[in-house]
Design a binder for this molecule. Structure first.
Ligand code: SF4
Length: 336
């Protein structure tokens, strides 16, 4: 469904500039922005995906991944189409690179989401699968209603959003998992066709706005797995966002235009884990690998097992009201 977009500026000759994300596309009449879902029609900018869903599912919150946010809860998860990035390794390229007209999208009005979530036994709603920030007109309206109904809201995002729209939705957004695709501008430009600096700015702003934040770093052999780069990333997280920020290093699987690159080895992921913990990060996880200790949350003070995870399920073994049940240390886990 089409709706007039927010965050744009009219230019001369019926052109417009979109101000939603750091691309700041200048769009001529009848053309689309880079994301493919915002179109200039006679000098006005429109979102083509208002309340248009490509996928709806009930997921464990751990699948986002969010490990320190309502562990063990289910979340109603929605995706649309389009993305601000053009990653060669995109694992959801069927929807992220699609044009709204290419897929049959289902209209799900914002007013229906909280009821739908409760019916499915969910405690919240997540915008995920494709990039949620380009769905701003819908997610902003829906997030207000979902919060009013007492449920939580989540973005799983590449972090490419301008300050004003982020500030606008922040009071109604509880948690974000932001993908950091590399810690190097050249890699962002080459592989994602975007820039790193605005993503890091969004991470900082998210933290300052009080939104729960976890980071995912997909480790791609030969692209972003240099251990100096990993070390610089970890140092930056500790110094800028804080040592309590959960960081997920995730295993790469060949996909889309990057089928010639091998999956990340377990040895590389273990090295990332060691570097991160040596940097001072207190909650580091490895994702997309068979179950092991790297999924669990331990108390940084006494090493007590706090949350044991099997696949995407969580068992609160040693966590009582946000504290370690053995040494009483405060653990940053958001729960009801
Ligand atoms: S949201 Fe889309 S149209 Fe707007 S600046 Fe970003 S890529 Fe361009």
């Amino acid at each position: 469904m089409k709706k007039e977009a927010m965050f744009w500026t009219p230019l001369k000759d019926e052109a417009v500039q979109c101000d939603l994300c750091p691309h700041h596309c200048v769009i001529a009449s009848q053309k689309h922005g880079i994301c493919g879902v915002r179109k200039n029609e006679q000098g006005r900018l429109y979102s083509l995906i208002y309340q248009a869903c490509s996928s709806i599912a009930t997921d464990p919150i751990e699948k986002k991944p969010l490990y320190h946010f309502y562990p063990g809860s289910l979340v109603l998860s929605l995706g649309s189409v389009g993305c601000t990035f053009r990653c060669d390794h995109c694992q959801n390229y069927q929807i992220s690179m699609a044009h709204p007209a290419e897929l049959s999208l289902r209209d799900v009005p914002a007013e229906r989401l909280s009821k739908l979530a409760v019916e499915q036994g969910c405690q919240g709603v997540a915008w995920t699968y494709n990039e949620p920030t380009i769905w701003h007109e819908y997610t902003f309206e829906a997030a207000k209603l979902i919060k009013k109904a007492g449920l939580y809201t989540v973005y799983v995002t590449n972090g490419y959003i301008e300050e004003e729209p982020l500030k606008e939705i922040a009071p109604y957004l509880d948690a974000m998992n932001i993908d950091v695709k590399a810690f190097d501008e050249a890699s962002y430009k080459k592989v994602c066709k975007a820039r790193l600096a605005p993503v890091l700015q969004t991470c900082e702003r998210t933290r300052k706005l009080g939104i729960h934040l976890e980071l995912t770093y997909l480790v791609i052999p030969g692209m972003n797995d240099d251990m100096f780069e990993i070390n610089r990333f970890c140092q930056w997280v500790v110094e800028t966002l804080g040592a309590d920020t959960p960081v997920h290093f995730s295993r790469f699987h060949p996909d889309y235009k990057m089928t010639d690159v091998k999956p990340t080895s377990l040895a590389t992921l273990r090295r990332c884990h060691s570097i991160a913990t040596e940097s001072g990060l207190r909650f580091v996880y490895l994702g997309n690998i068979a179950h092991g200790d790297y999924d669990n949350t331990y108390c940084p003070s006494c090493k007590n097992l706090l949350i044991e995870r099997y696949g995407f399920s969580s068992d609160l073994k040693g966590l009582t009201q946000g504290k370690c049940s053995r040494c009483n240390a405060s653990i940053p886990v958001r729960m009801k």
